[in-house]
Design a protein around this ligand. Structure first.
Ligand SMILES: Nc1nc2c(ncn2[C@@H]2O[C@H](COP(=O)(O)OP(=O)(O)OP(=O)(O)O)[C@@H](O)[C@H]2O)c(=O)[nH]1
Ligand SMILES: [Mg+2]
Length: 190
């Protein structure tokens, strides 16, 4: 696998890295497991895993060798954040998702225990408006039985009306390589 490297953090368009590589955006509620999955794909602790959730407030750009870029976006959905902060988050995410030309798809990570919410719906709407694909990663599958994983997949497919739903665990690594393979084959290579 290609080596993953941290490129930079940025908030504003003018600070985004200049690159011709395709980009994959990682979005999800705080604590969903975005940084943990990046660390699995990197095979080292390259992204900070939150001790206190909601700490990542910048867009963090990582290069997967010379083949593509992953953008770790700040998590959302923490009540401790005021309205003003929520508005700032929305503006930053919307700006990124609607203006980044090399964006090839949105990886939406959700804790398997949760239901699809308005926040996920908002992100999915941005993506659909821009006409790029969405894949959902249902994280922390290590906490569930095989039968409950199957139920969670069916539930989220139903709630989101999306088809690409992958169960993953950053703890056991179950499903992580398959998820990366899907994204690489369908969004990057083609
Ligand atoms: N059991 C289990 N715990 C996980 C898994 N993935 C992440 N976690 C834990 O969930 C917590 C949050 O993980 P992060 O990867 O920091 O989540 P994040 O989505 O990057 O969070 P923000 O940066 O706050 O948006 C950490 O305590 C992780 O160890 C998983 O697959 N299984
Ligand atoms: Mg994070």
């Amino acid at each position: 696998m290609a080596k993953m490297t941290f490129i930079k953090s940025a908030v504003k368009t003018r600070d985004f890295p200049e690159s011709k590589m395709k980009e994959i955006a990682f979005a999800g509620r705080s604590n969903a497991g975005k940084s943990s999955l990046i660390n699995i794909w990197a095979n080292e602790k390259i992204a900070k895993v939150s001790q206190s959730p909601g700490k990542t407030r910048l867009l963090n750009f990582f290069a997967m060798g010379t083949s593509y870029i992953i953008v770790d976006m700040p998590g959302y959905g923490f009540a401790s954040r005021g309205n003003e902060e929520t508005a700032t988050w929305k503006k930053m995410i919307q700006n990124y998702l609607t203006s980044r030309e090399q964006l090839a798809g949105l990886v939406l990570l959700m804790d398997m225990a949760r239901d699809w919410s308005d926040d996920e719906e908002l992100l999915a709407q941005f993506a659909m408006k821009q006409d790029f694909p969405i894949a959902i990663g249902l994280t922390k599958s290590d906490k569930f039985s095989k039968a409950d994983i199957a139920k969670a997949i069916a539930r989220i497919k139903n709630q989101s009306r999306l088809d690409e739903v992958f169960p993953i665990s950053a703890q056991t690594r179950a499903g992580c390589a398959e998820f990366e393979e899907f994204i690489y084959r369908n969004w990057i290579k083609k």
